[in-house]
Design a protein around this ligand. Structure first.
Ligand code: PMT
Length: 220
């Protein structure tokens, strides 16, 4: 609707992929376009919230009236999100954060056939889980929304993530090439401690409003 039902609320949104460098020219990343997170940030701003959008590298322009912080790696995203989380009323973690990163980042381009360089194996280490790290610090009056991107068993995996990541709501979605990642619409499940239900296929703009509507219910 046209209401400013988020006036006076602070909303944090993470969006897009993270990129994890291997050397100055190569990196690990994923297929997230940022469309979901940017739609959330726009919707929250339109509804009167003070919005911080922490975004990985995407091809979208920063939404008007939103404080947008651009980051690259998961560790940078954690630092930026951490600062905004402390004062957020609602935090929505829609970013597709890389679970791992190359253990070492070479200062120069790794060249095949060079002594000591083996391009056939890359040692990886785990990234911090931004949602889980911040949600354990959740104050009672904060609402935390996470996503679950799954290729299979969406509901069971989303229910698991609800508890392991300490979220109030998990938005479960089935992903794959041309599915959820990069598309303009999405078909999701809402999973909370009380209920699990499917939403119909809808635009990411509409989904953003549905998520914010649902988040507001936790304040009541
Ligand atoms: O950007 P789009 O093209 O619009 O695509 C939308 C989307 C597919 C990216 C989105 O709908 C979505 O599913 N986002 C979450 C992607 C993801 O990484 O899901 P996950 O199941 O791996 O992670 C679960 C939750 O933990 C997510 O809220 C994620 O942001 C968070 N997480 C995960 C790993 C990590 N290291 N830190 C995190 O905060």
């Amino acid at each position: 609707g046209m209401t400013h039902d988020l006036a006076g609320r602070r909303v944090l949104v993470t969006a897009g992929p993270t990129v994890e460098p291997l050397d100055p020219v190569r990196y690990l990343t994923n297929r997230s376009s940022g469309k979901t997170g940017y739609a959330l940030a726009r919707a929250a701003a339109r509804r009167g919230a003070e919005v911080t959008l922490v975004s990985g590298p995407v091809a979208l322009s920063a939404p008007e009236g939103v404080r947008t912080v651009h980051v690259e790696s998961a560790r940078d995203m954690l630092v930026a999100a951490e600062a905004a989380f402390a004062t957020a009323d609602i935090a929505v973690f829609s970013a597709a954060v890389a679970d791992v990163r190359p253990k070492e980042v070479a200062a120069q381009k790794l060249k095949k056939g060079t002594e000591g360089v083996d391009l056939s194996t890359i040692e990886l280490v785990e990234n911090p889980d931004i949602l889980a790290t911040l949600a354990v610090r959740k104050r009672p009056e904060q609402v935390v929304v996470g996503f679950a991107a799954e290729t299979n068993d969406v509901i069971a995996n989303a229910q698991k993530k609800l508890s392991t990541k300490h979220a109030d709501l998990i938005v479960g979605n089935e992903v794959g090439e041309g599915r959820a990642f990069g598309t303009d619409d999405n078909e999701v499940w809402f999973v909370s401690a009380e209920e699990t239900y499917a939403l119909p296929l809808m635009s990411k703009d509409r989904l953003a409003d549905e998520i914010l509507d649902k988040a507001l219910q936790f304040f009541k």
